[in-house]
Design a protein around this ligand. Sequence first.
Ligand SMILES: Cc1cc2nc3c(=O)[nH]c(=O)nc-3n(C[C@H](O)[C@H](O)[C@H](O)COP(=O)(O)O)c2cc1C
Length: 279
Amino acid sequence: MKEVDMTLIRIDETRCKKDGLCVQECPAGIIKQADRESVPLMIPRGAQACLLCGHCVAVCPHDALHHETIPMERSPKIAEDLAISQAQAAQFLRTRRSIRRFKNKPVDRETVQFLIDHARYAPTGGNSQLVTWTVHMGTEKLKNISDLTIAWMKAALASEAGSALPPYFPMIVAAYDAGINSITQNAPCLVIASAPGKYDNGMVDLSIALSYFELMATAGGLGTCWLGLIARALKHSKPLMAAIGLPEGHSHFYPMVLGYPKFKYHRLPERKPAKIFWK
Ligand SMILES: Cc1cc2nc3c(=O)[nH]c(=O)nc-3n(C[C@H](O)[C@H](O)[C@H](O)COP(=O)(O)O)c2cc1C
Protein backbone atom coordinates (compact mmCIF):
# COMPACT_ATOMS: atom_id res chain seq x y z
CA MET A 1 0.00 0.00 0.00
CA LYS A 2 1.50 3.34 -1.06
CA GLU A 3 0.84 5.83 1.69
CA VAL A 4 1.52 9.46 2.42
CA ASP A 5 2.66 9.17 6.02
CA MET A 6 1.51 12.06 8.20
CA THR A 7 1.98 10.13 11.46
CA LEU A 8 -1.44 10.88 13.00
CA ILE A 9 -3.39 10.78 9.74
CA ARG A 10 -2.29 8.61 6.81
CA ILE A 11 -3.99 8.58 3.43
CA ASP A 12 -3.94 5.43 1.36
CA GLU A 13 -3.24 6.91 -2.07
CA THR A 14 -4.47 3.79 -3.84
CA ARG A 15 -7.90 4.31 -2.32
CA CYS A 16 -8.15 8.10 -2.08
CA LYS A 17 -10.48 9.58 -4.75
CA LYS A 18 -9.32 13.13 -3.94
CA ASP A 19 -12.93 14.19 -3.36
CA GLY A 20 -11.84 16.48 -0.52
CA LEU A 21 -14.56 15.24 1.86
CA CYS A 22 -12.09 14.85 4.74
CA VAL A 23 -10.79 18.38 4.08
CA GLN A 24 -14.29 19.92 4.20
CA GLU A 25 -15.41 17.81 7.17
CA CYS A 26 -12.46 18.30 9.56
CA PRO A 27 -13.72 20.67 12.33
CA ALA A 28 -10.13 21.68 13.19
CA GLY A 29 -9.20 22.43 9.56
CA ILE A 30 -6.00 20.42 9.81
CA ILE A 31 -6.40 18.52 6.52
CA LYS A 32 -5.59 20.43 3.35
CA GLN A 33 -5.56 19.62 -0.34
CA ALA A 34 -3.39 21.65 -2.75
CA ASP A 35 -5.81 21.08 -5.67
CA ARG A 36 -8.41 18.54 -6.84
CA GLU A 37 -5.64 16.38 -8.33
CA SER A 38 -3.71 16.08 -5.04
CA VAL A 39 -4.04 13.68 -2.15
CA PRO A 40 -5.01 15.61 1.03
CA LEU A 41 -2.32 16.14 3.67
CA MET A 42 -2.37 16.95 7.35
CA ILE A 43 -0.93 20.44 7.92
CA PRO A 44 2.32 20.75 9.93
CA ARG A 45 1.65 20.46 13.67
CA GLY A 46 -1.93 19.46 12.81
CA ALA A 47 -1.75 16.69 15.42
CA GLN A 48 -1.74 19.33 18.16
CA ALA A 49 -5.07 20.74 16.97
CA CYS A 50 -6.75 17.43 16.11
CA LEU A 51 -9.94 16.89 18.19
CA LEU A 52 -9.59 13.12 17.74
CA CYS A 53 -13.26 13.14 16.75
CA GLY A 54 -12.84 10.68 13.87
CA HIS A 55 -15.06 12.67 11.47
CA CYS A 56 -12.38 12.25 8.79
CA VAL A 57 -12.51 8.46 9.17
CA ALA A 58 -16.33 8.46 9.27
CA VAL A 59 -16.87 10.66 6.21
CA CYS A 60 -14.46 8.88 3.81
CA PRO A 61 -16.52 6.51 1.61
CA HIS A 62 -13.36 4.80 0.30
CA ASP A 63 -11.71 3.66 3.58
CA ALA A 64 -8.72 5.72 2.49
CA LEU A 65 -8.05 7.67 5.66
CA HIS A 66 -6.28 6.06 8.61
CA HIS A 67 -6.21 7.90 11.92
CA GLU A 68 -3.78 6.60 14.51
CA THR A 69 -6.13 7.00 17.50
CA ILE A 70 -9.39 6.22 15.65
CA PRO A 71 -8.46 2.90 14.01
CA MET A 72 -10.73 1.72 11.24
CA GLU A 73 -11.13 -1.73 12.82
CA ARG A 74 -12.71 -0.03 15.85
CA SER A 75 -14.81 2.32 13.73
CA PRO A 76 -17.38 -0.05 12.21
CA LYS A 77 -19.32 0.67 9.04
CA ILE A 78 -22.82 2.03 9.62
CA ALA A 79 -25.26 -0.86 9.17
CA GLU A 80 -28.03 0.60 7.01
CA ASP A 81 -30.40 -2.20 8.02
CA LEU A 82 -30.21 -1.04 11.64
CA ALA A 83 -31.40 2.51 10.83
CA ILE A 84 -34.64 3.43 12.63
CA SER A 85 -37.42 5.56 11.20
CA GLN A 86 -38.33 8.91 12.70
CA ALA A 87 -41.66 7.42 13.80
CA GLN A 88 -39.77 4.68 15.70
CA ALA A 89 -37.47 7.28 17.25
CA ALA A 90 -40.43 9.48 18.21
CA GLN A 91 -42.16 6.65 20.06
CA PHE A 92 -38.91 5.45 21.63
CA LEU A 93 -38.03 8.88 23.04
CA ARG A 94 -41.52 9.25 24.51
CA THR A 95 -41.41 5.73 25.95
CA ARG A 96 -38.61 6.55 28.40
CA ARG A 97 -40.04 7.01 31.89
CA SER A 98 -38.66 7.92 35.28
CA ILE A 99 -38.87 4.61 37.09
CA ARG A 100 -39.65 4.65 40.79
CA ARG A 101 -40.92 1.10 41.29
CA PHE A 102 -38.37 -1.62 40.68
CA LYS A 103 -38.49 -5.41 40.61
CA ASN A 104 -36.55 -7.12 43.37
CA LYS A 105 -33.95 -8.18 40.82
CA PRO A 106 -30.26 -7.22 40.79
CA VAL A 107 -28.57 -5.65 37.78
CA ASP A 108 -25.32 -7.37 36.86
CA ARG A 109 -22.01 -5.63 36.28
CA GLU A 110 -21.88 -6.53 32.58
CA THR A 111 -25.23 -4.81 32.02
CA VAL A 112 -24.05 -1.59 33.69
CA GLN A 113 -20.76 -1.80 31.76
CA PHE A 114 -22.72 -2.20 28.51
CA LEU A 115 -24.82 0.92 29.20
CA ILE A 116 -21.77 3.01 30.13
CA ASP A 117 -19.93 1.73 27.07
CA HIS A 118 -22.68 3.27 24.93
CA ALA A 119 -23.06 6.44 27.01
CA ARG A 120 -19.41 7.22 26.20
CA TYR A 121 -20.47 7.96 22.61
CA ALA A 122 -22.43 11.01 23.81
CA PRO A 123 -21.02 14.31 22.54
CA THR A 124 -18.55 16.12 24.81
CA GLY A 125 -17.21 19.68 24.59
CA GLY A 126 -14.13 19.65 22.34
CA ASN A 127 -14.43 15.84 22.35
CA SER A 128 -12.84 16.00 25.82
CA GLN A 129 -14.47 12.74 27.04
CA LEU A 130 -13.92 13.58 30.70
CA VAL A 131 -17.11 12.03 32.08
CA THR A 132 -16.39 9.43 34.77
CA TRP A 133 -18.72 6.84 36.28
CA THR A 134 -18.97 5.77 39.91
CA VAL A 135 -21.21 2.74 40.40
CA HIS A 136 -22.78 1.45 43.62
CA MET A 137 -24.33 -2.00 43.37
CA GLY A 138 -26.74 -3.68 45.79
CA THR A 139 -29.73 -2.48 47.79
CA GLU A 140 -27.74 -2.47 51.08
CA LYS A 141 -25.21 0.05 49.76
CA LEU A 142 -28.03 2.14 48.32
CA LYS A 143 -29.89 1.99 51.63
CA ASN A 144 -26.84 3.50 53.35
CA ILE A 145 -26.77 6.30 50.76
CA SER A 146 -30.52 6.88 51.30
CA ASP A 147 -30.00 6.97 55.09
CA LEU A 148 -27.28 9.61 54.73
CA THR A 149 -29.45 11.69 52.38
CA ILE A 150 -32.35 11.57 54.84
CA ALA A 151 -29.98 12.49 57.70
CA TRP A 152 -28.94 15.60 55.73
CA MET A 153 -32.60 16.42 54.94
CA LYS A 154 -33.52 16.17 58.61
CA ALA A 155 -30.62 18.41 59.63
CA ALA A 156 -31.51 20.91 56.89
CA LEU A 157 -35.16 20.97 57.97
CA ALA A 158 -34.12 21.58 61.59
CA SER A 159 -31.78 24.40 60.60
CA GLU A 160 -32.60 28.06 60.03
CA ALA A 161 -32.70 27.41 56.28
CA GLY A 162 -35.44 24.79 56.84
CA SER A 163 -38.28 27.13 55.90
CA ALA A 164 -36.69 27.80 52.49
CA LEU A 165 -36.61 24.11 51.56
CA PRO A 166 -39.11 22.58 49.10
CA PRO A 167 -42.49 21.78 50.73
CA TYR A 168 -42.14 18.08 49.88
CA PHE A 169 -39.03 17.62 52.08
CA PRO A 170 -40.98 16.84 55.31
CA MET A 171 -43.22 14.39 53.43
CA ILE A 172 -40.26 12.49 52.01
CA VAL A 173 -38.62 12.29 55.45
CA ALA A 174 -41.89 11.13 57.11
CA ALA A 175 -42.43 8.53 54.40
CA TYR A 176 -38.86 7.27 54.79
CA ASP A 177 -39.35 6.85 58.53
CA ALA A 178 -42.50 4.88 57.70
CA GLY A 179 -40.50 2.54 55.42
CA ILE A 180 -41.03 4.18 52.00
CA ASN A 181 -37.71 4.99 50.28
CA SER A 182 -38.28 7.88 47.84
CA ILE A 183 -34.54 8.57 47.73
CA THR A 184 -33.14 5.58 45.85
CA GLN A 185 -36.57 3.94 45.35
CA ASN A 186 -35.23 0.54 46.48
CA ALA A 187 -33.34 0.28 43.21
CA PRO A 188 -30.46 -2.22 42.98
CA CYS A 189 -27.92 0.11 41.35
CA LEU A 190 -26.85 3.75 41.55
CA VAL A 191 -24.57 5.41 39.00
CA ILE A 192 -23.04 8.84 39.44
CA ALA A 193 -21.66 10.54 36.34
CA SER A 194 -19.06 13.13 37.22
CA ALA A 195 -16.50 15.46 35.64
CA PRO A 196 -13.65 17.64 36.90
CA GLY A 197 -14.85 20.95 38.39
CA LYS A 198 -12.28 22.92 36.41
CA TYR A 199 -13.83 21.74 33.15
CA ASP A 200 -16.48 24.29 32.08
CA ASN A 201 -18.69 21.92 30.10
CA GLY A 202 -18.66 19.19 32.75
CA MET A 203 -22.30 19.45 33.80
CA VAL A 204 -23.56 19.54 30.22
CA ASP A 205 -21.39 16.61 29.14
CA LEU A 206 -22.37 14.37 32.03
CA SER A 207 -26.06 15.23 31.60
CA ILE A 208 -25.97 14.18 27.95
CA ALA A 209 -24.07 11.03 28.90
CA LEU A 210 -26.71 10.18 31.51
CA SER A 211 -29.40 10.74 28.87
CA TYR A 212 -27.66 8.27 26.55
CA PHE A 213 -27.31 5.89 29.50
CA GLU A 214 -31.01 5.99 30.33
CA LEU A 215 -32.15 5.72 26.72
CA MET A 216 -29.96 2.64 26.24
CA ALA A 217 -31.32 1.28 29.53
CA THR A 218 -34.89 1.79 28.25
CA ALA A 219 -34.03 -0.01 25.00
CA GLY A 220 -32.78 -2.96 27.07
CA GLY A 221 -35.88 -3.24 29.28
CA LEU A 222 -34.27 -1.46 32.22
CA GLY A 223 -35.39 1.74 33.94
CA THR A 224 -33.70 4.75 35.49
CA CYS A 225 -34.49 7.82 37.54
CA TRP A 226 -32.48 11.02 37.94
CA LEU A 227 -31.94 11.74 41.63
CA GLY A 228 -32.21 15.45 42.32
CA LEU A 229 -32.50 14.87 46.05
CA ILE A 230 -29.16 13.08 46.33
CA ALA A 231 -27.57 15.64 43.98
CA ARG A 232 -28.68 18.40 46.34
CA ALA A 233 -27.63 16.55 49.50
CA LEU A 234 -24.22 15.78 47.98
CA LYS A 235 -23.46 19.48 47.74
CA HIS A 236 -23.80 19.83 51.53
CA SER A 237 -23.28 16.46 53.25
CA LYS A 238 -19.66 15.38 53.75
CA PRO A 239 -20.63 11.91 55.07
CA LEU A 240 -22.77 11.35 51.95
CA MET A 241 -19.98 12.55 49.65
CA ALA A 242 -17.56 10.21 51.44
CA ALA A 243 -19.95 7.27 51.02
CA ILE A 244 -20.41 8.02 47.29
CA GLY A 245 -16.64 8.41 46.79
CA LEU A 246 -16.27 10.56 43.68
CA PRO A 247 -12.89 11.07 42.02
CA GLU A 248 -10.83 13.96 43.46
CA GLY A 249 -11.88 17.39 42.15
CA HIS A 250 -15.06 16.14 40.46
CA SER A 251 -17.45 18.88 41.53
CA HIS A 252 -19.74 18.30 38.52
CA PHE A 253 -21.90 15.24 39.22
CA TYR A 254 -25.36 13.77 38.97
CA PRO A 255 -26.76 10.51 40.34
CA MET A 256 -29.19 8.13 38.64
CA VAL A 257 -30.71 4.84 39.82
CA LEU A 258 -30.99 1.81 37.57
CA GLY A 259 -33.03 -1.36 37.82
CA TYR A 260 -35.76 -3.45 36.23
CA PRO A 261 -39.12 -1.62 36.13
CA LYS A 262 -41.90 -3.28 38.09
CA PHE A 263 -44.66 -1.93 35.85
CA LYS A 264 -45.28 -1.71 32.12
CA TYR A 265 -46.61 1.52 30.61
CA HIS A 266 -49.37 1.60 28.00
CA ARG A 267 -49.55 5.27 27.01
CA LEU A 268 -47.23 8.15 26.19
CA PRO A 269 -48.16 10.97 28.59
CA GLU A 270 -48.53 14.49 27.17
CA ARG A 271 -46.25 17.37 28.14
CA LYS A 272 -46.59 21.16 27.90
CA PRO A 273 -46.29 22.58 24.39
CA ALA A 274 -42.75 23.64 23.50
CA LYS A 275 -41.95 27.28 24.23
CA ILE A 276 -40.23 28.61 21.12
CA PHE A 277 -39.26 32.12 20.21
CA TRP A 278 -38.73 32.21 16.45
CA LYS A 279 -36.40 35.10 15.64
C1 LIG B 1 -32.57 16.73 36.87
C2 LIG B 1 -33.69 15.80 37.32
C3 LIG B 1 -33.82 15.47 38.66
C4 LIG B 1 -34.82 14.61 39.09
N1 LIG B 1 -34.88 14.23 40.40
C5 LIG B 1 -35.79 13.32 40.79
C6 LIG B 1 -35.80 12.82 42.15
O1 LIG B 1 -34.98 13.18 42.99
N2 LIG B 1 -36.74 11.91 42.49
C7 LIG B 1 -37.66 11.46 41.59
O2 LIG B 1 -38.49 10.63 41.94
N3 LIG B 1 -37.68 11.90 40.29
C8 LIG B 1 -36.76 12.80 39.88
N4 LIG B 1 -36.75 13.23 38.57
C9 LIG B 1 -37.73 12.72 37.61
C10 LIG B 1 -38.78 13.77 37.20
O3 LIG B 1 -39.70 13.93 38.23
C11 LIG B 1 -39.44 13.26 35.90
O4 LIG B 1 -38.50 13.36 34.86
C12 LIG B 1 -40.70 14.02 35.50
O5 LIG B 1 -41.71 13.88 36.47
C13 LIG B 1 -41.24 13.53 34.15
O6 LIG B 1 -41.50 12.13 34.16
P1 LIG B 1 -40.80 11.18 33.08
O7 LIG B 1 -39.31 11.27 33.32
O8 LIG B 1 -41.33 9.81 33.32
O9 LIG B 1 -41.14 11.71 31.73
C14 LIG B 1 -35.74 14.09 38.14
C15 LIG B 1 -35.59 14.43 36.78
C16 LIG B 1 -34.58 15.24 36.37
C17 LIG B 1 -34.40 15.52 34.89
